[in-house]
Design a protein around this ligand. Sequence first.
Ligand SMILES: [Zn+2]
Length: 490
Amino acid sequence: MVGTPYRIVIGLEVHVQLLTRTKLFCGCSTQFGLPPNSATCPVCTGLPGTLPVLNRRAFELALRAALALNGEIARFTKWDRKNYYYPDLPKNYQISQYDLPFSKDGWLEIDTTAGPKRIGIIRAHLEEDAGKMLHDEKGGGRDSLVDLNRTGTPLLEIVSRPEISSPDEAKAYLEEVRLLLREIGVSDCEMQEGSLRCDANINLHVAQPDGSVAATPIVEVKNLNSIRAVGRALEYEADRHYQKFLEDGKKLGEEPKETRGWDEARGMTLAQRRKEEAADYRYFPEPDLVPVVVDDAWLAQARAALGELPAQQRVRLVQQFGLSEYDAGVLTRQGRALVAYFEEIARLSGDAKAASNWVTNQVLATLNEQKIDIGSFPLSAARLAELLVEVRNSGMPAQRSREVYARMLQTGESAKEAMEALGIKVIGDADALREIVTRAVAANPKAVADFKKGKTKAADAIKGAVMRETKGMARMELVQQLVLEALAKS
Ligand SMILES: [Zn+2]
């Protein structure tokens, strides 16, 4: 059995909190970090006699997301009650969408080692969030508290097809979802604050000696608080399934679906409960809300709000600026603001390749070091473009150009001012250089003799002497040209 070929099958359910000021069916604030139970009202705490009212903004953001995920938009969609009892759910049901979600059949393209891959999206629907349980706040393990601030917060649930084939692909999918939804202004996707959450379904398809394929029971892994945790948990589960399959063989196929929780500290998943099936929730249509009808105008408005999507942006950066796929990917991952910054430098300096190098190396390093985003970066695009032009015109060595950059950051000086302050004066004047070249030729008779014998490499010794004399501040092409001229004459 060892070495039995198998395939990992993963499907992801992603919940993102929409960037609305208020909750999905009431006017309570969605702001993170408010005092417990301060953002609540009779509607979201489920008091009798209250009625929900749909937050139009939430629906618009959800529409925008579904369009960006290439989903088919239903023109008629309704709400359903998902019934279950839990202390963080005072109504004892959650308003969600069951058989008529507002969007289905979308897809998202991810980058894999084998090239781009399209991951299908079964559906996207809107629902309200539950509250949050806090256990053992006082210590001693005797107290459980509930905070209902999150109750009724709008969530978009995005369910992928089981078309993800490795933990790395799962991470790539989540990164792409996060980038996309941030870029179109639908969610801030902060995993630490719970505005992007992910449950992962995984099993293995194992080839049998008789040619058939056996599938291990599907496990849903919960409590995944970072993209890294998703990768680790899925790697752990794939191994666990394989080991269990080797021990138990086909019997496994008879076990019910299981929910397991990821324990980050111990690096393992732990069994939680048997997975509920849809029938356990007794879904029925929500009688307190009217269905939503999406007309052409509303759809057109949502489409217009999309702007350029990351996938389109990557293609454009390659086509318009001649960047490599890799560089285009690095820039796009940083978001639209950084891409706009790059584009302005490329335009002002007339050199897209240099602009991309500077932005993806120096600028990104500075942003990471100072933990700021491009909006707070002290160098304007015009300032950095000026430095690029100075570097190109002067042939300034890379090391020195980085010194100028560092000084510009520190002092706010222009490239010219910083160069002057650092005593960087590039000798680009042929007459001034010619004198130095003449001296270098006279001081290196052996190199001259070697050059005359056909050892063209001997010219390097003379060029080196010139660069030493000028402290590396002479234009290399000019030195090259003048040295060859001088050698031809000598
Ligand atoms: Zn409320």
